[in-house]
Design a protein around this ligand. Structure first.
Ligand SMILES: NC(=O)c1ccc[n+]([C@@H]2O[C@H](COP(=O)([O-])OP(=O)(O)OC[C@H]3O[C@@H](n4cnc5c(N)ncnc54)[C@H](O)[C@@H]3O)[C@@H](O)[C@H]2O)c1
Length: 251
């Protein structure tokens, strides 16, 4: 809340950032820490999680967002090490198979849905009962413009992000009015990160060509939006998908 040091402070708040070991997740973790939060970095890459957590004086948990036991362990450890969880940013995600649908297998589809949809589902399921007990919580699900507009040759990814937006809207209504708990999604367009190594140049060119601002998004821009949404001040914003696509989204 606003205090003598300024607005959007997160002092005393505890956050989990999934996929916080690099790129967007790392940027979000840095921003939330700078605002006063204590952050648990959860990542399948143990070394990356440890590196970021030690720089931020946070806590690292290595695990896979699609494995229920890993998610429960993360929440338990965060509570023990840092305190009750106020904020969860479901950021971990993969692109998966980047090809025409006739080349996409059922396993390709399931793999992407497991990380991009089931992962956030598991984290929400684990923390929401505790947030309801305490009457406070902020959840941000990192979706994608692909989930709103649909990117060709990205069927698993686009489908998973559209489903994540749907889950966000439904869940926000389930908890609405039961304390100060908000659940939102964001839909970035292309951000220059390592995830693009999973995408063909043809698809990257397609995505960038559709951004009216004519450039890619910066990690810091995404982190700033997430920071606002997890602040106490954003208490009237819930069940939404916030666009951060340089004007690409048309609805
Ligand atoms: N970069 C973009 O252009 C872009 C655009 C829109 C949305 N997004 C979304 O932003 C989020 C972050 O993307 P990024 O560009 O930083 O990607 P990235 O690949 O650079 O980083 C993803 C992080 O998630 C971790 N991770 C992957 N699978 C995991 C799992 N199963 N369990 C735990 N951790 C796992 C990775 O180890 C990595 O640290 C993703 O959800 C992505 O879909 C990215």
């Amino acid at each position: 809340m606003a205090d003598e040091r300024g607005f959007f402070r997160l002092d005393g708040r505890v956050a989990i950032v999934t996929g916080g070991g690099q790129s967007v997740g790392e940027g979000i973790a840095r921003r939330l820490t700078a605002a006063g939060a204590r952050v648990c970095i959860f990542d399948i890459n143990a070394e990356a999680a440890r590196r970021v957590a030690s720089e931020l004086n946070g806590h690292a948990v290595a695990g896979d967002v699609s494995v229920p036991a890993d998610v429960e362990r993360c929440v338990r450890e965060t509570e023990q090490q840092l305190g009750p969880v106020d904020i969860v940013v479901n950021n971990a995600g993969i692109v998966g198979k980047n090809d025409y649908i006739w080349n996409v297998t059922k396993e390709d589809m399931e793999k992407v849905l497991a990380v991009n949809l089931i992962g956030p589902f598991l984290f929400c399921r684990a923390v929401i009962p505790r947030m309801l007990e305490r009457g406070y919580g902020r959840i941000v699900n990192v979706a994608s413009i692909a989930g709103k507009e649909g990117n060709p040759r990205m069927i698993p990814y686009s489908s998973s992000k559209a489903a994540l937006i749907g889950m966000t809207k439904a869940l926000a209504k389930e908890v609405a009015g039961r304390g100060d708990i908000t659940i939102n999604a964001i839909s970035p367009a292309v951000i220059q990160t390592k995830i693009l190594e999973q995408v063909s140049q043809e698809t990257i060119d397609y995505m960038v060509s559709r951004i009216p601002l004519g450039r890619t998004c910066k990690i810091e821009e995404v982190a700033a939006l997430v920071h606002y949404l997890v602040s106490e001040e954003a208490s009237f914003c819930t069940g939404q998908c916030y666009d951060i696509s340089g004007g690409r989204a048309t609805y």
